[in-house]
Design a protein around this ligand. Structure first.
Ligand code: IPM
Ligand code: MN
Length: 377
């Protein structure tokens, strides 16, 4: 452990971001009770609402703090009407800007269904998938593809005639993301729920797109270094139906940026909805952790959204810090948090509106903090 603890820079952001981040910090505080905290959190304002009020997305000190931090937590960014002069989302600096600026090339999105969680399918709350069958991680490339900032418009007499986004797929970007997926599958130990096979699935559209053909070739070339892992392939359109029909087939899947963005929202339905979906944005030196549901303006200020995605994001952060610094005490805290979260979900006592319940955001945080206190350290 670092002398003063790991420095965690926290960006609550917009809308419901601050509401869920508050609960994440509450749970971190509960974990640290009774000893010197292994981490030190500092919160900074920023995002779309900040831009509307101050004319900038964040302060230079906040950006510097993100760069200097041992880990970063972002709540959510985006607010109706908060748009930069060039048309970009105000607040992008905190998410897309950090992904680009800190080279956070792997977006790691676990999709696991915990007992006690229901799904909202066609209006009703029910259990469709069995918890034991939903346990995969989607690794999304996070710095290039259609997100490469090489885009623009051709205008004639003030009218847009053509709009272009360039899809960039590089050797370096592809090699490192597929390698990340293989390494993760190796470390994870358990394979796919269906058969225990440690399987890495390549999601692409290589039957049509050149960039995807190269992505798949690279997946195969790097994969030859991992003979102990099974290679598997899915065109992205087919993947969407296979994932819903047979989630138990999947263990680790890797996808280019844009396709990964889309399929991870679909996958979130399997784990109970976006209220449970977290993502780690990981680079060689830095990492940023976030609930991926966004700022949800229509729910903001109501203390009603589901904070569990943030608890999972915090757990991911602790696991990443523990691994990076070979810190067994922090790893033990991550395990403790996971047990507390699983016990709370199984008890059904912290169901927010999206789960058909009426537990508030802050009451759900209180329940998990109490469960943390009951879990042996
Ligand atoms: C995500 C989000 C972001 C993305 C938005 C907020 C820019 O949808 O993290 O999945 O497109 O990557
Ligand atoms: Mn998304």
């Amino acid at each position: 452990m670092r002398d003063a603890g790991y420095a965690v820079a926290v960006f609550p952001g917009d809308g419901t971001g601050p509401e869920v981040v508050r609960e994440g910090l509450k749970v971190l505080d509960a974990l640290a009770e009774g000893g010197p905290a292994p981490w030190r959190t500092t919160s900074y304002p920023g995002g779309g609402q900040y831009y509307l009020a101050r004319g900038k997305e964040w302060e230079p000190e906040a950006e510097a703090a993100a760069r200097a931090a041992d880990a970063i937590v972002v709540g959510a960014v985006g607010w109706p009407g908060a748009v930069l002069p060039n048309g970009d989302l105000a607040g992008r600096a905190l998410v897309l800007g950090l992904r680009e600026g800190l080279d956070l090339y792997a977006n790691v999105r676990p999709c696991r269904l915990y007992p006690g969680v229901t799904h909202r399918i066609s209006g009703a709350y029910r259990t469709v998938w069995e918890p034991k069958n939903v346990d995969l991680v989607i690794v999304r490339e996070n710095t290039e593809d259609l997100y490469t900032p090489a885009r623009g418009r051709l205008r004639r007499a003030g009218e847009t005639e053509v709009a272009i986004d360039t899809r960039v797929v590089t050797r370096r970007g592809t090699e490192r993301i597929v390698r990340y997926a293989y390494e993760l599958a190796g470390r994870r130990g358990r394979g796919a729920p269906e058969d225990g096979v440690r399987r890495v699935t390549c999601i692409d559209k290589s039957n049509v797109l050149e960039g995807c053909r190269f992505f798949r070739e690279t997946f195969d070339r790097v994969g030859a270094e991992y003979p102990e892992l099974a290679r598997d392939y899915a065109y992205v359109d087919a993947f969407t139906q296979w994932l819903v029909r047979n989630p138990e087939h999947y263990n680790v899947a890797v996808a280019p940026n844009m396709m990964g963005d889309i399929v991870t929202d679909l996958a979130a339905v399997l784990q109970g909805g976006m209220g449970f979906a977290c993502g780690a944005n990981v680079g060689a030196e830095h990492a940023m952790f976030e609930p991926v549901h966004g700022s949800a303006p229509k729910h903001a200020g109501k203390n009603e959204v589901n904070p569990f995605a943030t608890f999972f994001a915090v757990e991911q952060m602790l696991r990443w810090l523990a691994e990076r610094h070979a810190d067994r005490a922090v790893l033990a805290q991550a395990d403790r948090l996971e047990r507390a979260v699983a016990a709370t979900l199984a008890s059904g006592t912290a169901r927010t509106y999206d789960q058909g319940g009426s537990t508030t955001t802050s009451a759900a945080g209180d329940r998990v903090a109490a469960a943390v206190r009951q879990e042996p350290a």
